[in-house]
Design a protein around this ligand. Sequence first.
Ligand code: PEP
Ligand code: MG
Length: 907
Amino acid sequence: MGKIKKSVYFFGGGKAEGKAAMRNFLGGKGAGLHEMTRMGVPVPPGFTIVTDVCGYYYSHRHRYPKGLEREATGALRRVEKLMGKRFGDPKNPLLVSVRSGARESMPGMMDTILNLGLNDQTVQGLIARTRNPRFAFDSYRRFVQMFGDVVLGLRPRGKNERDPFELILERKKERRGIQLDIELTAEDLEGLVAEYKAEIKTRLGSDFPEDPVEQLWGAIGAVFSSWNNERAIAYREFYHIPDAWGTAVSVQSMVFGNLGENCATGVAFTRDPATGEKRLYGEFLVNAQGEDVVAGIRTPRRITELRDVMPRQYRELERLYKNLEKRYQEMQDIEFTIEDGKLWVLQTRTGKRTGFAAIRIAVDMVGERIISKKEALLRIEPDHLNQLLRPIFDHEAKQLAGKEGRVLGKGLPAGPGAATGRLVFHAEDAEARKRQGERVILCRIETSPEDIRGIEAADGILTARGGMTSHAALVARQMGKVCVVGCEALNVNYAAHEMRIKDIVLHEEDWVSLDGSTGEIIRGEIKTLPSEVLQVLIDRTIDPKQSRVYQQFTKLMKWADETRRIGVRTNADLPDQARLTMAFGAEGIGLCRTEHMFFAGDRPDHVREMILAEDEAGRRRALDKLLPIQKGDFKGILKVMGKLPVTIRTLDPPLHEFLPKTEQDIIELARKMSVSAETLKEKVESLHEFNPMLGHRGCRLGISFPEITEMQARAIFQAACELRKEGENPFPEVMIPLVGSREEFLAQREIVQRVARETMQAYGVKVRYLIGTMIELPRACLVADQIAQEADFFSFGTNDLTQTCLGLSRDDAGKFLPSYVARGIFSEDPFVSIDREGVGALMRVAIEKGRRVRKNLELGICGEHGGDPKSISFCHEIGLDYVSCSPYRVPIAKLAAAQAALRTKKR
Ligand code: PEP
Ligand code: MG
C-alpha cells in the first residue's frame, strides 16, 4: 500500500472535500454525504476517514498513519464552528455519531455509535439546552451501553449468557414495578448510567472514559475493527467483497428534533409512494426524535401541514426534494430533522412504492426527461403490473380486516387479485347464485374439469389441495379469476356445507374474501375496486382518453414491444379468451386445451357416450355429435385470431376425468344414458388408474383411439377451410401432447396430415398449418433430434416436464412444497419458476438436439412458467421463439421479455 496523502475529508456548510465518484475511498455512505453537501443539501457536518486507513490499521498492528490525529482534530474544529457547539463543552456540547461505510453497502454488518461526547458534565449542558432531563439521560445511558458493547467489548460471551446491560435494565424495571422502558423516569435513567458504568468497572477493571476525545478514538478503532467481525467476514464471503477494501469511518454531528417547539423530525418522499403522483409526501412530528415517527406512539402529521407550522423550512424541503430526485434520477425517501429552526437532511435513498406508483413514476420520469425508456422498463417489477389489471382490495378496508383478526389463514397465491363473495361448495351452486347476480367464492377440496362452469361463475376459487399448476390454478388464471389453492389448514365438509380453518367454521352463504396475491383467506366482506385498465381495454366502460392509468400502461407496453425479442402468445380455449388475447396484443395462441371445450352445454353427455361406447362404431357415432361442436369452437377462435398462429392440442387428460365420481352422480347419469347403474359403475371402475398423471393420457389416448384424433383434426381443418373460403387466412398449429418417442408422434402426425389433405381437397382450398409436439417428458428431450425430424415445432409443457423430471406430482406437491421452499431445499416452487438446473438443462438438450436436425424448428413454452418473469428470462436466454401464458399475464410477460432483452444486451 502506498503512502496515504490525505486521510480525512471534511464535509459541511455547503463544502465537501469528497464527492460521489470517490466511493472507493469514502465508502458508499460517506460519498453520499459529501455529494449531498456539495449539492447544497444541509447535511449535518462531519468528516470521513478514508478506507486506506483501515488497511493501514490492519497492517500496522492497529496503529494509525502519522498525521491522522492532526487532520481529524482540524476537521472536528471546523464542525464545531459550523454547529456553534464544542466537543466536550459542558454548556453547549457537540455530540457526534461514528459510522462505518464500505464501498458496497453491508447493511448492519459493522458497528455504529451515536451520541458520542456525552459524560457527566456534558449531559448537564444537554439538559440545559433541551430542558428535558429524561431525554438527556436516556441518550446518555444508550451511549454508555453502545460504547460498553462495541468499544469496550462488554457483551455476552456465549449463547447462554444474557446481555449485561439488558439485565441491569430489566432488574431496574422489576424493582420499579414497571414494564415498559418509556415508564422509566429521568432519575431512573440517571441511575442506570451509574449502574452501567459500575458494571464496566467490575467486569473489565477499567473506567468508562469520560474524556470525549478518548471516546472518539476508541469508537473510530472499534468501527475499523468491526470490518473483521464474524458477521462482516461472512457477509463478504457471501457477496464476494474483497477483504482488502476496508471500511471508511464517518464522524458526523448529531442533530436533535426534540429540543423544543421549533424542532421537528420526519420522513418525506419525493412522489406519493402509493399512487406515484408527483408531490412531496410524508409525515412529521414537532419536538420529537426520529424513533417517535416510526414507533407509532404519537400520530405523525401530514407533511403539507409543515407548511403552516414552519413555512420557511417547508419551502426549503420542497426545493431540496426536487434537486435530490434530479441528482439520483429516482424517487427519494428523505429523512430530515429540524433543530432550532434549522433543517437538516440525514439520509436520502430510493423510496419503496406500490406497483401503481412504480409504473406512474417510471413513465412520468421518461416524460420529464429524467430517465430513458430503457431505464423505465428495467425499473418496474413485471408482477407489479398485476396491480393494474386485477381488482384490488380497498387498502383501508383490508387493513381493518387484519386488525380485527379476520385473516383466517393462507394458501398458495395461485391467481392474483382481490375477490369477495358468499361461500359456496358446489359448481352448480356457484352458477345458480351468479345467475341471481350474487358474487360467490367457490370452495372445494380440489377441483376437477367438471367444475369449470362453477369456476367461471365464481369471483374467487379456494381449494384445500393442489399446487400452482393444479387444474384449479391454471384454469382460474386463464380466466382471470382470483384463486388460492393448497390451503393445508382448510377442512371442507361438503355434506355439512361448511369449511373450517383452525377453530373457525364458515357456512354456505357466509361472506369470505380472498387475496390471490398473498394467498390470504379473510372472513367477511371487503370492499374491492375494479381494474381501470380492464375497464378501458375489455369492458370498454371508460374512454381511454379519460384514464391516465390506461394511457401509461399502453405507453409502457409499446416500449416493451419495441424492445423484446421473444414472442408472447396466450393459453386460450374459448373465443372469449381469444378476444382477450387480441386485446392484450399477444401474437397468437400457444395452447388451446381442447378438453376444456368438452364441458359446455350437453357436451359432457356426448363425451361420456364416446367413453362408454362398446366398440369403434359406437365411439364414432358419439364423435360425430361432437364434431360440429368442436368445429364451431375452433372456427370461433381461428376467426378472432385472424392470421395469427393458433396452437391446438389434441385431447390430453385421462378419460376417467370425464366420468362421474359419487354413487349419486353415477345413478343420475345412468338414468340419463339409459344404461344400468351397474354397467356405468363397472366402466368407471375399469377406467380407474392408480396414477392417472402417468397413465392413459396424452397422445396415448389418440393412439388407442385414433378416431378421437381424427375427429379433432377434422374439426380443426373444416373450421379452417370454411374460414379460408370466407376470405380469412387462418393458421392452425396442431400439437400432439405427451410424446416420448418419434414413433408415437408419427402415428398421430399421419392421422392429422391425412385428414388435413382430405379436408382441403373436399373444400378445394389450401390452409397454412404446422404439426408439432409438446415436449413434456424427459425422454422427449433426450430423443429430441429424432422427434424433430418429423415435428414442425416444439412447445415445452413445463408443467408435466417439471412433474416428470423431479418426480413430483403437480396435484399433490402443494402439501409439502411450501415447507421445502421455507427450508431452502428449493429456492423457489419449481412449478412456478423453472428449475434451471434440472428442467432447464433438459430443455437445453432438447433445443440443441432439435435445432441440429431442423434449423428453423419453432420453439415455444406453454407450461405455466410461460407467465413467470424469471422463467421468461430463462426462455429468452435459451433462444425460444415465444412464451405462452394466460391472457391476463400478457403484459407481465411482455415486460419481462423486454427486461431480458435489455439485460442480455447490457452484459
Ligand atoms: C404442461 O404440461 O406444461 C402443459 C401445458 O400441459 P397441461 O398443463 O395441460 O398438462
Ligand atoms: Mg401437460
